[in-house]
Design a protein around this ligand. Sequence first.
Ligand code: ADP
Ligand code: NA
Length: 330
Amino acid sequence: SAKPVLFSGMQPSSDSLHLGNYIGALSQWTKMQEEYDAFFCVVNLHAITVPQDPSELAERTRRTAAQYIAAGIDPAKSTLFVQSQVPAHAELAWVLNTITGFGEAGRMTQFKDKSQRYGSDATSVGLFTYPVLMAADILLYQAANVPVGEDQRQHIELTRDLAGRFNSRFGETFVVPEAQIQQGTAKIYDLQDPTSKMSKSAETEAGLIKVLDPANVTKKKIMRAVTDADGEIRFDREAKPGVSNLLTIYAVLTGRTVESVADEYAGRGYGDLKKGLVEVVESTFAPVRERTEELLGDRAELDRLLAGAAERANEVANRTLDLVYERIGL
Ligand code: ADP
Ligand code: NA
């Protein structure tokens, strides 16, 4: 097709996506799927680079795919597939490993962070080469655009370096992709620690809003969100990180500006803002939860859908892999 190609993915490493994933990734993806030939991948090969439970992984892979669809990824418009169902990802990653410098891979800050978190005994070579597998994910589809969070910028740089290096050593093969990093509103913070990004790897879940949590759990978390002592509702990321985070979430989910939300609540109490936000989040997530449950209620149908998408992904990916093998004499 004439549309530019877009690739993005998420690890199936929890039972539910969180509000940061929803705002920073999923809701952006659903907007982009019209203008791009989009590949959205549940990257389960990435998920095994850290300690994991096999019975949970299979379930989480389905749940993640179901949440993509429930949030608006249309399987008729986009190729929504599971990474391990396309063997070319692992095969291209191997080839790319052979042109990646050991020192170059060692500079990846996410590896340093994760290896520190899991300790040296649980730090695998797979975790070390995680960014190379990610490069393979993107390059297989000749993607021009990769929408990611700021935390992935270094990995996209590596992907670009590897594509350029392969092209100059072996002949034009890969499109060199651009990272598309959302600015400003894209970063959602933990409700209990509003200077750290909301993440599934937070120490406690008290500040983590999950898409699939029941309404009363989410309500409790929002009503207990950390704010500040001055009592004034206005946006000030430095001085008032908690209130600013609540205003950002409210604004993004309603499609309004932060200023207009702040104006509406000016002179009122934090409790009012939180109650308003509870409603906004619930009206966003209730239909997503419902649709996710529906999809999970018919696993055979969901699996069929994913298998169909994997077929298309395999076709595209194998075209690139065949060319790569030819270029390097395999
Ligand atoms: P986590 O940080 O919870 O492990 P992932 O690394 O799996 O989340 O992120 C999946 C996608 O969601 C990525 O595109 C990432 O940039 C986006 N994302 C994750 N957390 C946030 C956040 N707090 N705010 C905005 N986007 C986020
Ligand atoms: Na992460």
